[in-house]
Design a protein around this ligand. Structure first.
Ligand code: BTN
Length: 259
């Protein structure tokens, strides 16, 4: 079987009785899976609908950045409709799902707040969460996950120092369909667990390399240096500044600073 072209068949026969992946759309090439998922959600697509693309021409990342999706990558956007009070858990469960999916291939990975996943300090996955609100109420949320699977960072000198792919660490190419299967299965389990988030949050914090480290946060309009102290109930980062005061970071780009 050519698993990359039969990714939908592979997922449908392996993901059973699911919320996540109950409808799966696959495109060889697309602008961004976020846009396709949004269109589907606006037309009433069910919760759990997943949009997967082999290539994204204009993949996007957090903070207005672009996201590279060359052939051999996994790009997926999932439509979720969580109760409003569970929306804040989506960064934790999606980054943990990526972490577990990668661990299934015998590779250790860590989370960098809020939801980057790193192998040996280099980024292997990024997550973008976009919410559609009506007044103050959530209509749906789209969780977009990009994983560098058969991605050879050496081919992309501009990001080679900070990015990596799973295959680089296995010294062999792997099936994108299998990565997608593990990812969607793990996300399903964790999504159901948002009903009782205590243990999931502990697991998230235990896998986060950021906590306790000296970091620099770029919030888009300010740069803040300090020690990453903890993450609060909303999933926001608590940063202890050098003057002893603490600030809450809602969104930003974190880099570790060597002491
Ligand atoms: C980031 O690290 O800045 C987030 C990257 C998110 C990339 C994924 S790939 C699937 C989905 N489609 C997109 O255009 N972006 C997300």
């Amino acid at each position: 079987m050519n698993r990359e072209t039969d990714i939908v068949a592979y997922l449908k026969s392996n993901l059973k009785d699911r919320i996540i992946g109950r409808e799966i759309y696959y495109f060889e090439s697309v602008s961004s899976t976020m846009d396709v998922a949004r269109e589907l959600a606006d037309r009433g697509a069910a919760e759990g609908t997943a949009v997967i693309a082999g290539i994204q021409k204009t993949g996007r990342g957090r903070l207005g950045r672009s996201w590279l999706t060359p052939k051999g990558s996994l790009a997926v956007s999932i439509i979720l409709k969580p109760p409003q009070e569970r929306l804040r858990y989506l960064p934790a469960i999606s980054s943990l799902a990526v972490l577990q999916a990668i661990k299934n291939f015998g590779i250790a990975a860590r989370i960098k707040w809020p939801n980057d996943v790193l192998i040996e300090g280099r980024k292997v996955s990024g997550i973008l969460i976009e919410n559609a609100m009506e007044a103050e109420t959530i209509r749906y949320s789209i969780v977009g996950i990009g994983i560098n699977v058969n991605f050879n960072s050496a081919e992309y000198p501009e990001i080679a120092r900070i990015s990596t792919g799973i295959a680089e660490h296995l010294k062999a190419e792997i099936s994108v369909a299998e990565v997608a299967f593990h990812l969607l299965s793990e996300l399903e389990v964790l999504y159901i667990k948002t009903k009782d988030m205590g243990r999931v949050t502990d697991n998230w914090l235990n896998n986060m390399e950021t906590i306790g480290k000296r970091i620099r946060v770029n919030t888009g309009n300010a740069i803040k240096d300090g020690i990453a102290e903890s993450v609060n109930a909303e999933g926001n980062l608590i940063l202890r500044l050098d003057d002893g005061s603490a600030v809450e970071i809602i969104a930003g780009d974190v880099t570790l600073v060597k002491d």
